[in-house]
Structure formats: C-alpha cells, structure tokens
Design a protein around this ligand. Structure first.
Ligand code: NAD
Ligand code: DAU
Length: 332
C-alpha cells in the first residue's frame, strides 16, 4: 500500500499509528483530523513532510472525505469521540462522529473501492463479572452499556453491513484499554499521574475493583498494521495483551512511583453504568497473523509512561485546570 488515509491521526492512538507506519513502511500517510479538544497534534511534529500530510476536517462531511478517500489505497479509521464520561454528559457528538462519520467514510470507500480498516473497542461487548472464567472473543454477542460504546457498536455494524451488502473490503479490530505517551489527561492513567504530580490523591470511581485489560498503544499500532496488511477481508480481530489489572492496582503502582502510600486514594462518585471488567482473548490475531505484543510487562510500561508525563508537563499542563473543573462539577 503506497498511500494510507488515517482518520483521527492527531489523536492518542492514531498519532502512534502514523509514527509506526512511517517507521516500518514506505507508505505516505494523509491524516484527516478535526483537531477537537482531544487532538495531540504536537505528537506529529518532526515527522517528515514528504511522508505525512495533515488535513484538518470532519469525517462526517462527504465533501471533505470523498476526495481524500479517492486519493489513497486504504483508509484506517481511528477518528472518534472516545471518552465514556463525556458521552454520559453529552451523547450527541458521539452519534455524529462515531456513527454518521463512519457511514460517511464507508460510502466513500464503497464508491472508490478502497480497502477499509475500522478501529473499534472491546466495550461493544459490554462487561464481564470479576470471577467470569470467560474472556471476550470475536463470537461474544454485542451488549454495549454507554452512549460511547453503543455508538462504536453502531459503527461496527455499519462496517459489517457494508462488507456484506456492498462488498466493501473492510476489516474490524476491537482493542482493550490503551496506555502510553500522548493520552489525554481526561483518561484514567494520565489523570491519576497528573493528580499525584500536583500533590493530590488519585480519584477512583466506586470501589476501584473494576478491571481493565491494558495494552501499550505501540502494540495496538503493530496489530492494526498487521491486520491492514494481512487480515482476511470481512473479519474481526480482537487485540489484547493479557494485561488485566483492577483500578486500585494501577493507582497504587502510580503512588509507589512517587513514594506515596498505597492507601492515599480518594474514592469518588461512581460512573453511571460503569462496566465491571473487560478481558480480551486475542488468540485469533496471534495465530492467523503471528502478532505478539512487545510490551509484556505492564509495570515497566507504566513506569515509562509516568516518566513521560513528568518530562512533558508543558504539553498537558494547559489542559489540567479545565479537566479537573469538569470532573469536580460531577463530584468525580
Ligand atoms: P482520542 O480521543 O485521543 O483521539 C480522537 C481523535 O479523533 C482526535 O485527534 C480528534 O480530533 C479526532 N476526531 C474526533 N472527531 C472527529 C471528526 N468528526 N472528524 C475528524 N476527526 C475527529 O481517541 P483515542 O483514544 O486515540 O482512540 C482512537 C480510536 O481508537 C477510537 O476510535 C476509539 O474508539 C478506539 N479505541 C480506543 C481505545 C483506548 O483505550 N483509548 C481502545 C480501543 C479502541
Ligand atoms: O476498553 C477500551 C476503552 O478504554 C476505549 O474504547 C475508550 O476509548 C477508552 O477511553 C477506555 O475506556 P474506559 O472507560 O475503560 O477508560 P477510562 O480511562 O475512562 O477509565 C478506566 C477505568 O478507570 C474505568 O474503570 C473508570 C475508572 N476511572 C476513570 C477515571 C477517568 C476512575 O476510577 N477514575 C477516573 O478519574
């Protein structure tokens, strides 16, 4: 593939994928991104101009999308409203970007017969009990809980329908919780790191026993590229790195890094409809595409991520007060 359009390529995970493509292939990347509050445009600085072009625009506008899709070999679709808490306060943008935006891209891919990869989430499967021996697989029924996960489930269903009804050459990946550099400080790990840097206590929802299955964003990128290059058309692949931790374990690791006590935690109001546990069985991806995560040790990956936020305060500091004011208004 010589030319790839990456939607949401200025966001946390999309920008990591752009770096991965530039480092490991000869492809030219066009990034289409609206540069919402969540964009991390600085993460694209320093990439070679002859390999990466940024177009500022909205994936839900056909006149923006169509000429860009016509001009590439493949579309890798990351752009989304991505934060569950925001979807509970204001679901509208999630429906527009995640559902209408995906529809708009699919129509362009159909018209111009382009390869399409849709980046989705494990949250479409709902949640598991803490003691459930099962993990999510590609056959788990859809059962989303929040406006965010329902909008992502809707987008997955559109992709499946466009494959079956119109023969669009698409694949889907559903990944677990990502961590790493450039993640917006509204999200759990960067929020707690920056709270502790500011001398406050980590803010944990409910009893803190909710489990997330953490994967380093670089491992997500290598998996998406493997699926784009070698995945079977029409197939879904789950992406995970066997990284289950409950939220207390994560904040305690952050506290220990800064020499603070394990119980120096503030328990705050729980998230409405809070999913209890996510866990990914990624055997299909590993067996079919011979993919393996490079970050096998979550504690080491978290340490590196903490150090990155300490070293990059100039990037996140301007956003900190507004993020905390919004959480304070919700009692979180
Ligand atoms: P993010 O919020 O950090 O970035 C989203 C990017 O999309 C931003 O750069 C934003 O400006 C852009 N965007 C938003 N609306 C747009 C629009 N209408 N038109 C064009 N661009 C728009 O999100 P992220 O955490 O990097 O997630 C990227 C994708 O990966 C999403 O599809 C998300 O559902 C999926 N995903 C995320 C995780 C995770 O743990 N964060 C896990 C699995 C899947
Ligand atoms: O599973 C994949 C999903 O992971 C992605 O699809 C989403 O885009 C991404 O945001 C993430 O969703 P979560 O809701 O799991 O992530 P979040 O970082 O918001 O929260 C992680 C856990 O931490 C969750 O159990 C809620 C809890 N939490 C979160 C915040 C922000 C807290 O306890 N305190 C907090 O301040």
């Amino acid at each position: 593939m010589d030319r790839i359009l990456v939607t949401g390529g200025a966001g946390f995970i999309g920008s990591n994928f752009v770096h991965h493509v530039v480092a490991t292939t000869d492809a030219h990347v066009t990034v289409l991104d609206k540069l919402t509050y969540a964009a991390t445009q600085e993460s694209l600085e320093g990439l070679p101009d002859d390999r990466v072009t940024l177009v500022i625009g909205d994936i839900a506008e056909p006149e923006v999308v169509e000429p860009l899709v016509a001009d590439v070999d493949a579309v890798v679709h990351y752009a989304a409203e991505s934060h569950n808490d925001n979807s509970l306060s204001d679901p509208g943008p999630f429906i527009r970007t995640n559902v209408v935006g995906t529809f708009t891209l699919l129509e362009a891919a159909r018209k111009h017969d382009k390869r399409f990869h849709h980046v989705s989430t494990d949250e479409v499967y709902g949640d598991l009990e803490l003691d459930d021996p099962k993990r999510f697989t590609e056959d788990t029924p859809y059962n989303p809980s929040s406006p965010y996960s329902a909008s992502k489930a809707g987008s997955d269903h559109l992709v499946r329908a466009w494959v079956r009804s119109f023969g669009v050459r698409a694949t889907i990946s559903n990944c677990s919780n990502n961590y790493g550099p450039w993640q917006h400080i509204e999200k759990f790990i960067p929020r707690q790191i920056t709270e502790v840097i500011d001398g406050r206590r980590p803010r944990v929802y409910g009893d803190g026993l909710n489990v997330r299955d953490w994967i380093h964003t670089e491992d997500h990128s290598s998996a998406v590229l493997a699926i784009l290059e070698r995945g079977r058309i029409g197939e879904t692949y789950l992406i995970g790195a066997d990284g289950e931790k409950n939220n207390l374990e994560v904040v305690q690791a952050i506290l220990r890094h800064f020499g603070r006590g394990d119980d120096d935690i503030e328990f705050v109001r729980d998230r409405a409809g809070h999913d209890r546990r996510y866990a990914i069985e990624s055997g299909k991806l590993r067996q079919e595409l011979d993919w393996r995560p490079q970050y096998q040790d979550f504690d080491a990956g978290l340490e590196a991520t903490i150090e990155w936020y300490v070293a990059n305060e100039a990037w996140w500091r301007p956003h900190k007060d507004a993020v905390e004011a919004a959480y304070a208004a919700k009692g979180q």
